[in-house]
Design a binder for this molecule. Structure first.
Ligand code: ZN
Length: 253
């Protein structure tokens, strides 16, 4: 596949213009024109680039790319080493931040929700459509006790999770937003969810959970954001006829 074709397919898939974001969504670093192998991952770290080089990938698609609002503009140090490695290897880099959180087919939130078996998904950002909301709310088929729910999340993300059980209350309505969305606990409260799952925790999140009476789970920023890149790799291989592989570079955060 030609790089222009890949770019237009990704634009059609992710609709980046529908999102106000903190980084450019789309082709961030241009490389070779002919695409035979693609790697997806969570973050365009040096380790991911090296894995892509090993696999002779022509393009990398990540959730956390480069050129974030507020970062320093100089191309020095770590930033130079990453960009220089990509450019010398002629590898294209695509980044999709919020569009990859929100996408209902290949996004982080919808696929975590699917993994947990949630039904009748609705937007966590209630003023937005489900397609544009960052975060979703869904219903468990069977209400679960907090301990059983914690176990379900552990199995779904494949790692230990921080779980703050605030009462004996059974869990049926689940709000979730992958990554560093602990500030969205207030949106989970407004949505009348029984539990809020995100990737990270702040000290104050626990107090809010206890005092407002909502169970809280921090299941890992990285772990919750593998769901989109993994689903995307399967989608591209199946529908676009290009070999695409999700590469996990584990991260305890
Ligand atoms: Zn993230």
């Amino acid at each position: 596949m030609n790089i222009k074709e890949l770019e237009s397919k990704l634009t059609a898939l992710f609709q980046p213009r529908s999102f106000k974001d903190y980084a450019p969504n789309g082709l961030q670093v241009e490389g070779k024109g002919e695409i035979k192998k693609i790697v997806t991952g969570v973050t365009a770290s040096m380790a991911l680039i090296e894995e892509a080089v090993k696999r002779e990938a022509d393009a990398i698609i990540v959730h956390h790319g480069y050129f974030w609002k507020g970062e320093s503009q100089e191309i020095v140090g770590m930033k130079y080493r990453r960009l220089s490695r990509l450019i010398k290897q002629d590898i294209n880099l695509f980044g999709y931040h919020l569009p990859m959180d929100a996408h209902l087919l290949v996004g982080n939130n919808a696929n975590l929700a699917r993994g947990l078996g949630l039904q009748s998904l609705r937007p966590l950002e209630m003023e937005k459509s489900l397609e544009e909301s960052i975060g979703v709310v869904g219903t468990l088929e069977q209400p679960l006790a907090p301990e059983a729910f914690q176990q379900l999340v552990k199995e779904t993300v494949g790692r230990d999770v921080l779980f703050e059980s605030v009462s004996e209350q059974m869990i049926s309505e689940v709000a979730l937003c992958t990554g560093g969305a602990q500030g969205y606990i207030n949106k989970a409260l407004a949505a009348k969810a029984d539990v809020f799952i995100t990737g990270e925790v702040s000290e104050q999140t626990i107090h809010i959970a206890r005092e407002e009476g909502i169970h809280f789970c921090a299941a890992g920023h990285h772990a919750t954001e593998c769901f989109g890149p993994r689903a995307l790799a399967e989608y591209i291989t199946e529908h676009w006829g290009v070999d695409c592989e999700f590469v996990d570079v584990p991260n305890p955060a």
